[in-house]
Design a protein around this ligand. Structure first.
Ligand code: AMP
Ligand code: MG
Length: 485
């Protein structure tokens, strides 16, 4: 028999106390077929599936068979969902193990949609093929945009039906992440376990993500600072490309600062900070423009969970945590201003640049101009047909040129910076839906493949098919996305 070994598995997470996980095997599916294999990621992981045939790979990547040295578990966590505290845990995700890379760092290899776990809370433990492919498209895009994220190694259709708004084909995504530690993992430890378990989790998280913090005088404070900096970078980057996560509950907010749990996420077309696509986000809590504030709210949940480790005296602990959290708005503002300055061609920001950016964004918002293409048109008239015509464009472009002059930056220098920060393609909602529909309902891959190929190189200025660059005709005001589909 062929040895079904592909990964170099370790199980460091299982060194945490037992309540942090439950052993569980994936449930069998009837007819697995490999739908997508991520060659580029496989190379990075230094895994070579050549010894395994396609059928066997499909069996392995749904969990019908286990890879050598797998020790499958579901992780326990809690979280604030839309502000309310709840016990959660992996309800449909099963961690097979941590793959060891050459430099001794580890990556979680997880099957998402692999069946019921002790944390399924009445759910079916499954996902639809369409939603798994959606996560794949979105996460691969963020990766190619140089934004930290979990990734997709394989997508397999299960051959079994999944019941949602309609009957759908089931799918399983193999998700790869530097870890799945969440703010919610800390909230779980704080609420349900003892201080010893909380401290072990703290040390585990530091060792895995921020080892320099282990030597610091106050390790809880060090972790909060690290996560704050990473999350600020992450959210600023989402804002840069018009990404709306859609469900920034604390259980979906990582300690690593990677994007995870792609549910109702979507990219914004027309610039409008209040943009929300998620069908359940009726108050707009997770709207595009609210993401910075929610980041701080989520970090305050992490601070709350870590409180006893800040200081044994609660009042002192609260003071320390507050002092740290109060730095968030200023830090965010600085990074956000720098990001916007880069989008218009500068490596640093100043008041004059900030004034221009503000004028530009107001113009986009007022006339609902496409966010992605607006920065392209500023860069070059080549993109004129991709933005809505408006008589003020000439005035805006004139002001931009004056700004370059007064800051001693040539147009070439500015354009070089803009080309590294402004993508020419994003996965627009109507294209995502088209790709998913064709694959999941018609087993037709042509559009999906060309879409994925374009998304591989999102900063390229080479010509692209127009259909990938234009927002949908008539906008996407009625577009809705769904959680956990
Ligand atoms: P999410 O919105 O995807 O972050 O999921 C929130 C919680 O619901 C997590 O604990 C998930 O594991 C759980 N969940 C989502 N979908 C399912 C499902 N189909 N079956 C069981 N649990 C689920
Ligand atoms: Mg989640």
């Amino acid at each position: 028999m062929i040895e079904r070994k592909l990964f170099e598995f370790k199980h460091t997470y299982q060194s945490l106390p037992q309540p942090f996980f439950k052993k569980v095997n994936p449930s069998a599916v009837s007819n697995p077929k490999l739908v997508f294999w991520n060659e580029e990621l496989a190379k990075q992981l230094k895994i070579d599936p050549a010894a395994l045939d396609k059928e066997e790979l499909a069996e392995l990547f749904v969990g019908n068979q286990l890879f050598k040295d797998s020790e499958p578990i579901a992780q326990a966590y809690a979280g604030h969902q839309f502000g309310n505290f709840t016990m959660l845990g992996d309800g449909r995700a099963i961690l097979l193990g941590e793959h060891v890379l050459k430099n001794n760092s580890v990556l979680d290899i997880q099957l998402k949609g692999a069946g019921i776990t002790p944390f399924s809370r009445g759910g079916d433990g499954r996902g639809t093929l369409s939603s798994m492919l959606r996560e794949l498209i979105m996460s691969e895009t963020l990766h190619q945009l140089n934004i930290p994220t979990s990734r997709g190694l394989a997508v397999v259709s299960t051959g079994d039906q999944v019941y949602r708004q309609t009957v759908e084909m089931g799918g399983i995504l193999t998700r790869v992440a530097t870890s799945h530690l969440r703010v919610g993992t800390f909230e779980y430890a704080r609420r349900f376990l003892d201080q010893n378990a909380l401290e072990q989790l703290l040390d585990y998280a530091l060792e895995r993500h921020y080892p320099s913090g282990l030597a610091s005088e106050n390790r809880a404070k060090a972790l909060l600072e690290f996560v704050m900096d990473k999350q600020i970078q992450l959210i600023v980057n989402w804002m840069r490309v018009g990404f709306i996560h859609g469900v920034m509950n604390t259980d979906n907010f990582t300690i690593s600062g990677e994007t995870i749990d792609y549910g109702p996420c979507a990219f914004m077309n027309a610039y409008f900070p209040g943009t929300v696509f998620s069908s359940i986000d009726r108050q707009g809590r997770y709207a595009y423009g609210n993401q910075p504030a929610i980041g701080q709210w989520n970090l305050s949940c992490l601070a709350g969970a870590l409180l006893p480790l800040f200081h044994e005296n609660e009042k002192i602990a609260i003071d320390m945590a507050e002092q740290l959290l109060n730095k968030y708005p200023e830090k965010f503002k600085t990074e956000h201003a720098l990001m916007l300055a880069r989008k218009v061609g500068f490596e640093t920001s100043n008041e004059e640049i900030a004034r221009f950016v503000s004028l530009f964004l107001q113009f986009l918002e007022k006339h609902r101009i496409d966010f992605t293409n607006a920065f392209l048109y500023l860069e070059s008239s080549t993109y004129q047909s991709y933005v809505q015509h408006h008589e003020d464009w000439e005035m805006i472009k004139g002001k931009w040129k004056e700004l370059l002059k007064s800051n001693n930056i040539s147009e070439e220098q500015a354009i070089a910076i803009m080309q590294k920060n402004n993508p020419t393609i994003i996965p627009r909602n109507h294209n995502v839906e088209k790709a998913l529909l064709e694959v999941s309902k018609k087993n037709e891959f042509t559009f999906f493949k060309s879409f994925m190929a374009q998304l591989k190189d999102p900063y390229s200025r080479s010509d692209r098919p127009v259909e990938f660059m234009l927002p949908p005709e008539g906008g996407d005001a009625g577009y809705k996305t769904y959680c956990g589909t």
